[in-house]
Design a protein around this ligand. Structure first.
Ligand code: KIV
Length: 262
């Protein structure tokens, strides 16, 4: 997979994308996905942070390196963390170049904002494929006062559409559309040339992405738009319960799990 190949998938077979943060999980997901996203959701999902604001460049590099070791075929995109691209295009370029150089990943993702057009254009013109992200922007949690669906009022709707158009015109090869109503997701998908990848944005997009840990059922709670394909929380809890019982009643380790002198 390459960025132009993903761009060419507009309106074709839907793009399959999942998040990955570690080598073994990337290895399992790789054959099923077109795109693996090393999302800054890693801060909340793996490190227990309350939002993605505390995620650093070093954290993204470490997790992206692990994902690259586990993946072979999928296109790997790394999120630029909060504070690494908003100040201006040059700083964004240097941080993006560092992410690609030190990890081997193929592209970066940034959330849209007032400077999205010049930042995306600056990076793309200098050889960095960029995925956009419009609608609900988790890195805007503090100004928005929480993780809130977007585009519910006419002015907000216009703003989201404009951000998508700007991101598209600047040369993004794909655009994540998060937390918007179906009609807005469909309108954006028709208006932009790049494929849209929805999360909580209906089947009207050109592809879908989910946070893997959500769809594996690792948490008690997950948003309405998540479909749980497994109950990993239940499976891990049951395994730990069985292990604890076996240790306490001395049925683990058994002879077949023990080394003996020859
Ligand atoms: O960080 C992330 O995992 C993301 C997805 C939710 C799209 O940005």
């Amino acid at each position: 997979m390459t960025a132009p190949e993903i761009y060419a998938r507009k309106g074709q077979v839907p793009l399959v994308c999942l998040t990955a943060y570690t080598a073994p999980v990337a290895e399992i997901l790789d054959e099923h996905c077109d795109v693996l996203l090393v999302g800054d959701s890693v801060g909340m999902v793996v490190h227990g942070l309350p939002s993605t604001i505390g995620v650093t460049m070093d954290m993204m590099i470490l997790h992206a390196q692990a994902v690259m070791r586990g993946s072979d075929k999928a296109f790997v995109v790394v999120d630029m963390p909060f504070g690494s691209y908003e100040a201006g295009p040059e700083e964004a370029f240097h941080n993006a170049a560092r992410l690609l150089k030190e990890t081997g990943a193929q592209a970066v993702k940034i959330e849209s904002g007032p400077t999205v057009h010049e930042t995306v254009a600056y990076m793309v013109q200098r050889g960095i494929p960029v995925m956009g992200h419009v609608g609900l922007r988790p890195q805007a949690v503090n100004v928005d006062g929480g993780f809130k669906a977007k585009g519910r009022t006419e002015s907000e709707r216009k703003k989201v559409i404009q951000e998508a158009l700007d991101t598209d015109a600047a040369g993004a090869f794909a655009i994540v559309v998060e937390g918007v109503a179906e009609d807005l997701a469909r309108e954006i998908t028709v208006l932009v040339k790049a494929p849209t990848i929805g999360i909580g944005a209906s089947a009207g997009c050109d592809g879908q992405v989910l946070v893997t840990d959500d769809m594996l059922g690792l948490f008690d709670w997950s948003p309405k738009f998540v479909r749980r394909y497994a109950d990993m929380r239940g499976a891990i809890s049951k395994a730990a319960e069985d292990y604890a019982k076996d240790v306490r009643d001395r049925s683990f380790p058994a002879p077949q799990e023990t080394y003996f002198a020859k």
